[in-house]
Design a binder for this molecule. Structure first.
Ligand SMILES: *Cc1c(COP(=O)(O)O)cnc(C)c1O
Length: 382
């Protein structure tokens, strides 16, 4: 079936007794056993919950994986997957990535004996050079956050497989509607479902999808043991959001392309980062994804423009998330990426002039009108 159909039909045809179209929220944490040694498939809600299971089956199907797992947040999903590694292991990680993931790796896992190298994953030779005999995994974001660098998933996952590394892809930015990393050879996909999958800035959730039954067993055991699972109410809310993912993504992408084009002609803007704009990146993106996503970043000409620009936005919110129907703008250096040491921020290009926009599904003219007024104001006041 097509992804649009799978998405719109999540939960339907599942509740046989009443015929409910919207799958019910099962709040029950305990489940009666039909007899000794027998189970309905549900025993205790941390292990499995009927509402959560519908969501988990849907994300597994959408990503083309073996099994799905729903966690209490995107960070809980990343944290759970990290349980696959042991002290002494080394991982290679995207050079610019979600700041919270960087913080988890450096503040928690380094203390527990795992080491990380941050590498521009577009450069396979650099990946090769960063490898050590202890390398066990590679953690990929593509396009990256916030500089929209595009990694060739098939090439990198092939390399990881040859070397016996586990490849993990954070697919938050593209969603399975836009990109299916497991079909390009990745072993595990993680999501902050708080973003596009939920889509309405009203549910915190994470998802994991595994490629093989062997990995599903290992991750399933970690999910149940660590216990950072998604509650049934959130699982239901997330499924409701996901039903319209296809429509939303088309509009996000259409608006993002037009805004990226608009910004690149504006005299107050120095540089625009959007996967369609660099020829090499564009080709890789087109080979592995449907569209260029709804995220873009841009540098204003001078650091002094950032503050007047942000304070003069009336429609677009200055806020720290992404993927919802409402457009948001963040200042990565002081918000999402504030935990990156200045040295890494400089090396990756997350400078103080950089702004990141999550383009919503509002009318394009209203968005451009707002950006244009705030940019022109910023140019005048400095
Ligand atoms: C937001 C985000 C996360 C963390 O997810 P939470 O749901 O906020 O815990 C991880 N990766 C990416 C790319 C994100 O944007």
């Amino acid at each position: 079936m097509h992804k649009e159909t799978i998405l719109a039909q999540i939960g339907n045809h599942r509740e046989r007794e009443t015929g409910a179209i919207s799958f019910p929220v099962y709040h029950s944490t305990a489940y009666r056993h039909p007899g000794p040694g027998r189970s309905t498939g549900f025993d205790y809600t941390r292990t499995a919950n009927p509402t959560r299971s519908v969501l988990e089956e849907a994300i597994a199907e959408l990503e083309g994986g073996d099994a799905g797992f729903a966690c209490s947040s995107g960070m809980a999903a990343v944290q759970t997957v990290m349980g696959l590694f042991s002290p002494g292991d080394h991982l290679i990680v995207s050079l610019d990535l979600y700041g919270g993931t960087y913080r988890l790796f450096e503040r928690v896992w380094v203390r527990l004996g795992i080491s990380f190298s941050y590498v521009d994953l577009r450069d396979l030779q650099a990946v090769e050079a960063a490898a050590t005999p202890q390398t066990r995994g590679i953690f990929i974001e593509t396009p990256t956050n916030p500089l929209m660098r595009v990694t060739d998933l098939a090439a990198l996952c092939r390399m990881a497989r040859d070397k016996g590394w586990l490849s993990i892809v954070d697919n938050t930015f593209m969603t399975p509607y836009g990109q299916q990393p497991l079909l390009k050879g990745a072993d595990v996909v993680v999501h902050s479902a708080t973003k596009y999958l939920g889509g309405h800035n009203d549910v915190l959730a994470g998802l994991i999808v595994t490629a093989t039954p062997e990995l599903s067993d290992r991750v399933g055991e970690l999910v149940n043991t660590l216990g950072a699972v998604l509650g049934p109410q959130e699982a239901w809310l997330l499924m409701r959001g996901m039903k319209t993912l296809a429509l939303r993504m088309e509009k996000h992408q259409e608006n993002a392309m037009a805004i990226a084009q608009y910004l690149s002609t504006h005299p107050a803007v120095d540089q625009v980062y959007y996967p369609a704009f660099s020829p090499g990146e564009r080709q890789v993106q087109e080979g592995q994804a449907a569209g260029y996503g709804g995220m873009l970043s841009f540098r204003v000409q001078q650091e002094e423009m950032v503050s007047p620009f942000l304070s003069n936005l009336r429609l677009v919110s200055y806020a720290e998330s992404l993927g919802g129907v409402e457009s948001l703008i963040t200042h990565p250096a002081t918000q999402t990426h504030a935990d990156l040491p200045e040295e890494i921020r400089k090396r990756t290009g997350v400078c103080d002039r950089l702004l990141r926009m999550s383009v919503g599904i509002e009318h394009l003219e209203d968005l451009i009108g707002d950006l244009s007024r705030a940019l022109n104001h910023a140019r005048v006041v400095i």
